[in-house]
Design a binder for this molecule. Structure first.
Ligand SMILES: Nc1ncnc2c1ncn2[C@@H]1O[C@H](COP(=O)(O)OP(=O)(O)OP(=O)(O)O)[C@@H](O)[C@H]1O
Length: 258
């Protein structure tokens, strides 16, 4: 239940007054406010050094707020809640090799749900379902390092989906993908029935996948709104080093499913 709408489920993510300084004293976040309702896809944009990674590292408790708080589906991100928080927040890192470390794809995808206590037929079904979801069921017995980069990224998504997260955090999901793999991953993301926070410098990808974007600049939220409108605001774009590909006009692009 929430104060705004009694009876409604809490948002997938609520970040309130989040401030953080690294141990060397560098203040990376200043009072960030961000609410992502369940089932929405939101892009987190901003130049290098804006604080995007610092924000994401608070979502699963790798960093602890200097001030403010984070809650995932109403559960505060605090030390006693970390195991459940990490099941609810599935982060797909930019480099799939940071996530895949078992001898086979099947074992990598089983790792999360097995750690959460699933065994036997239930575990096998969960792994199969996640691999089917990302179109990689035929590769279950292959070593991850024999797969292409795009295939490894899909398996990395499966490792996270297998834990049935409340929110999927994608860190630069389109990086290093060829155009076909990029489109296939977009189709996959669009087909998922899950809340998504996508950190990206790929503005067309943000437009294609996320109706809403948040622009972070120097540790503060500089803008939060309709992606197409934000990307059509030259002053905002210039101020935050956001650049569209040459000739790309966000107002003339048709977004699938929109
Ligand atoms: N371990 C650290 N110690 C001190 N300062 C740090 C540390 N990690 C990051 N910073 C600083 O915090 C600020 C935010 O960094 P962060 O990595 O969150 O930015 P980002 O938006 O994710 O950038 P990028 O797009 O390059 O990934 C930067 O000024 C960065 O130099």
């Amino acid at each position: 239940m929430t104060a705004e709408n009694p009876g409604a489920p809490p948002p997938s993510l609520r970040v309130s007054g989040l401030a953080y300084a690294y141990p060397d004293g560098h203040q990376a976040l200043f009072g960030v406010e961000l609410t992502v309702p369940r089932g929405r896809r939101v892009a987190l944009l901003g130049p290098n050094g804006a604080g995007k990674t610092t924000l994401v590292l608070h979502l699963n408790g790798i960093l602890t707020p200097g001030a403010g708080s984070v809650a995932v589906a109403g559960l505060p991100v605090t030390k006693p809640n970390l195991a459940e928080v990490r099941r609810r927040v599935g982060i797909v890192f930019q480099d799939p090799d940071d996530q895949l470390f078992m001898p086979t794809v099947r074992e990598d995808v089983a790792f999360g749900p097995a750690a959460a206590g699933l065994r036997g037929a239930e575990l096998a079904a969960r792994v199969r379902e996640a691999l089917e979801r990302v179109g990689m069921a035929a590769y279950a017995d292959r070593p991850p390092h024999h797969l292409s980069f795009g295939q490894r990224r899909r398996v990395a998504v499966a490792t996270v989906l297998a834990t049935r997260p409340e929110i999927l955090v994608l860190d630069e999901p389109s990086s290093n993908l060829d155009p076909t793999a990029r489109r296939e991953l977009a189709d996959l993301i669009r087909s998922l029935d899950v809340t998504v926070l996508m950190v990206t410098h790929d503005l067309p990808y943000a437009l294609e996948l996320c109706p809403r974007s948040v622009v972070l600049g120097d540790g503060v939220i500089a803008a939060d709104g309709d992606t197409r409108e934000l990307l059509s605001d030259p002053a905002l774009m210039r101020a935050h080093r956001l650049e569209l590909p040459f000739g790309f006009d966000p107002r003339s692009v048709t977004v699938p499913g929109a």
